[in-house]
Design a protein around this ligand. Sequence first.
Ligand SMILES: Nc1ncnc2c1ncn2[C@@H]1O[C@H](COP(=O)(O)OP(=O)(O)O)[C@@H](O)[C@H]1O
Ligand SMILES: O=C(CO)[C@H](O)[C@H](O)COP(=O)(O)O
Length: 407
Amino acid sequence: MFYLGLDFGTSGARACVIDAAGQVVFEARAGYVMPQQQDTADWRAALFDLLAQMPPALRAALAAIAVDGTSGTVLLADDGLEPVAPALLYNDMRAGAGADAVPLPGSLAKGVWLMRQAGSAHARYFLHQADWLAALLTGVGGLTDYHNALKTGFDPHALSWPAWIQALPIAQLLPRVVAPGTQLGRINRHTARHFNLNPACRVRAGTTDSIAAFVATGVEQPGYAVTSLGTTLVLKLLSTTPVESAEYGVYSHRFGNLWLAGGASNSGGGVLRQFFTDAALAGLSMKIHPDQPSGLDYYPLPCPGERFPIHAPALLPRLAPRPTDDVRFLHGLLEGMARIEAQGYARLAELGATPLRRVISAGGGSKNEAWRRIRENQLGVPVATAQQGEAAFGAARLAQAGVKLFP
Ligand SMILES: Nc1ncnc2c1ncn2[C@@H]1O[C@H](COP(=O)(O)OP(=O)(O)O)[C@@H](O)[C@H]1O
Ligand SMILES: O=C(CO)[C@H](O)[C@H](O)COP(=O)(O)O
């Protein structure tokens, strides 16, 4: 039997199929034409494109599917799971700009904002991106996992929606929350028939894209952390203690009986892409001397605003002066991001998380050896590159192991 992980990341969607031994047997990608303006129609097209790309023999023997999505991307859908309005992406700030007396958790604020838009009278479900895609596969809406639900205000300690959230008008649209990996249902008959999928294939509750990348690495020991060097810079430290601080943008996801303490900076590969192609990044990085400081003091951001290691919605990018030498400029950018990462882990330690022992790197930037060395110098612990850090692989592991993945 085979297990399919579907990752809906910032810049596109990916599929990964593993066999019973956990070996990758198939991978595919479906890009978005305009990632910045992606919407539900792009995700649905990518979902069906990825299913169609799978070899028929794998489709026929598929035992389970799990989907991960960008954390904080939400939509309202009607009874038939049709979106009633465009989704709000994880980085959409419009909902936070309102004049609500009490600030709401980020994704809940987005839901309340969506409820004020045209068409919302038909809304039946508030869903995160991964929930909606899983619901398209089962045909059943109204379910989510406790990872995606965290930014909507779900209490991971009590495993319930807080009473004050249950008293809000949006409560009637909120999904029921289960552990990631829980069986949500079987693939719906129509989709199974259309793609010749095993009709007994199960769909499991998913997770967020960064947690899927964490799961992909196979890290299991407290004190080990995964830094995702994707479009954004996401830190996740496996900790025996949960830590939280709104002031510093720190939160903890439940991970079975352990916690994933961390936060997400707006810095990351998205800034690098504003200046360099991936090929240029690879070429220039080889000329960097990672043990010699660049002498530059950047705070690389793609636009104003930071969320972690400080919550500073108006913080400006600091990217000047720009030297004429691109090698030195890139060196300065990578150092700036390494400092943010080091501050982030220091913050987790201050707040009482399990002390950091080792960092594993995942995401597009993890193949950059010069950056790894710069980061190791800044972090003061060994930094290794994940053998497997693809979120789609993590989702495939979740499809296979289900709730047993979490200790
Ligand atoms: N050699 C490299 N060094 C540093 N960053 C890189 C390199 N190659 C690609 N990247 C960055 O990796 C990012 C893409 O990583 P990926 O994990 O696919 O992101 P996401 O899942 O957020 O879409 C891009 O922003 C790109 O700038
Ligand atoms: O920038 C992101 C888009 O998804 C990060 O992945 C995200 O903010 C991290 O969130 P989480 O800790 O809930 O996985």
